[in-house]
Design a protein around this ligand. Structure first.
Ligand code: SF4
Ligand code: SF4
Length: 254
């Protein structure tokens, strides 16, 4: 992608001019040839939208890369093999998964840089504008305050959910992620991306006999993928980084 970013970091109260609609000649031009990285929450929204298991979704719609600078597997949406490398979800009328489109698609042209401080409920964040040369949306007269754009695009929920992932892949964990064993890496992939497999790991193994899990929470994670995603984050902090987010059950007398 050939994008320019505004150098000045922006706050939620700053403004920008932009509108995207079907009447523009560039309509859907941006839905092709993308390196569209998916977060765990993106995957849950899309696989449920499509009525697929996470395994089926990952197999059919994604590619995995292992970037050395990240040190952990990164999942991207697999573009079609046509000459333009179009997104599998684009149609002449726009995005066919619009209500569940990934956070990156919602956010454009706004970029967000965030760092999670464990003690704080919310991340520290600032914003910037990504200006694609082919995007005619910047010529439109509609003006947005950044916080209104975030609300309009349903981004608050995505940002909140993505912060659970940020909690694992930023801060003190960055260094540790680069030294995970193969089995830890598999655990990372399952806990972050393959949530239906993770559910089997919890409910079809000795997991609930070995670890203290509140019965109400056990019921919630059985039916709610987002609760399960949050639970998986806690588990990964225990299993990969040795944090005390889980307790072993006392051994039963023989
Ligand atoms: S290129 Fe810009 S204005 Fe055109 S469809 Fe994409 S986001 Fe909208
Ligand atoms: S998911 Fe939707 S909005 Fe995002 S690139 Fe694909 S078609 Fe475009």
């Amino acid at each position: 992608m050939n994008a320019e970013m505004a150098v000045r970091p922006l706050t939620a109260k700053d403004r920008f001019r932009f509108a995207c609609h079907k009447g523009l000649s560039c309509f859907t031009a941006c839905c092709a040839n993308l390196q569209l990285v998916l977060t765990p929450y993106d995957i849950i929204r899309l696989k449920n939208r499509l009525g697929l298991t996470s395994e089926e979704f990952l197999e059919k719609y994604t590619t995995t890369s292992s970037d050395k600078s990240y040190g952990f597997p990164v999942i991207s949406l697999k573009m079609n093999s046509d000459t333009k490398k179009t997104c599998p979800f684009v149609s002449p009328d726009g995005c066919t998964v619009y209500e569940d489109r990934p956070g990156a698609c919602r956010s454009y042209p706004l970029g967000r840089a965030a760092s999670k401080v464990r003690e704080k409920e919310r991340s520290d964040e600032f914003f910037f504008i990504i200006r694609e040369p082919h995007c005619l949306g910047f010529n439109e007269s509609k003006e947005w305050i950044i916080e209104d754009w975030i609300a309009d695009q349903g981004l608050d929920e995505y940002n909140r959910m993505n912060d659970f992932f940020m909690d694992i892949v930023t801060g003190p964990h960055i260094k540790r992620l680069k030294h995970l064993s193969l089995s830890q890496m598999k655990m990372f992939s399952m806990g972050c991306y393959n949530i239906d497999e993770f559910k089997k790991f919890v409910f079809q193994s000795s997991f609930l006999n070995r670890f203290e899990v509140d019965p109400d929470q056990a019921r919630r994670i059985q039916t709610d993928d987002v609760e399960l995603m949050r639970f998986a984050t806690q588990w990964l902090r225990f299993a990969l980084f040795g944090e005390q987010t889980f307790s072993l059950r006392p051994r039963q007398p023989a």
